[in-house]
Design a protein around this ligand. Structure first.
Ligand code: 5GP
Ligand code: MG
Ligand code: MG
Length: 187
């Protein structure tokens, strides 16, 4: 597929998911969440900064029930398979105890980030905790992570757009595109 507009990012390879496909799928996820949480008293969307920003703001428009939104920013380091930690750069503001929390992220790669954050959040006693990811690369999974709401499954390629970046570039693209890493490294 051709690139509708490239925003002068010369390292893009091709569009994997168009704005129309994203819009439709995000609306479906919103409908599904609306149905699944109709009996919930306290629903909180908890987004991981910064990759999930475009996704979470679109998604919440399609959830037709009261909710609150909060954010966390984390950096994760995976040393060996069995050890590792996640550093909290910014923590959520309100307590999640007793809340039905949906943790929202841009993409699941090894699954390490969400695996660690999920563990950490479960210790904070939410009423329930589910995971919503816009993208998933199943071929790359190393950690067992339950993805309750998944936008799209993609092949093992590095992608940018719709919030996702490469060295902070490409977040404003309205589609998901793969990166030509050879071109990128020459720039
Ligand atoms: P994991 O902890 O699952 O290995 O990695 C998840 C994080 O790595 C994502 O939240 C994202 O920040 C980054 N990441 C993994 N794959 C991609 C990709 O294809 N494109 C971009 N832009 N970031 C990715
Ligand atoms: Mg991330
Ligand atoms: Mg990034």
């Amino acid at each position: 597929m051709g690139l509708p507009f490239h925003f002068r990012y010369d390292f893009l390879d091709r569009v994997l998911i168009t704005p129309e496909q994203i819009e439709q799928r995000v609306a479906e996820l919103g409908d599904q969440i609306t149905r699944d949480y109709q009996d919930s008293e306290k629903l909180m969307l908890l987004g991981l900064l910064r990759g999930s920003v475009m996704f979470i703001t679109d998604l919440m428009r399609h959830i037709r029930r009261p909710l609150t939104m909060d954010f966390m920013a984390v950096s994760s380091y995976s040393g060996t398979e069995s050890t590792g930690f996640v550093r909290i750069d910014h923590d959520h503001k309100a307590s999640i105890a007793g809340w039905d929390v949906i943790l929202v992220d841009d993409i699941v790669d090894s699954g390490y980030t969400l695996w660690m954050v999920r563990k950490l959040l479960l210790d904070r006693n939410p009423r329930s905790l589910k995971i919503c990811a816009l993208l998933d690369k199943p071929e790359r999974h190393k950690y067992p992570i339950p993805i309750d709401y998944c936008g799209f499954t993609i092949p093992d390629e590095f992608v940018v757009g719709y919030g996702l970046d490469i060295d902070e570039k490409g977040r404003n693209l309205p589609y998901i595109a793969s990166v030509d890493l050879k071109k990128y490294r020459k720039e």
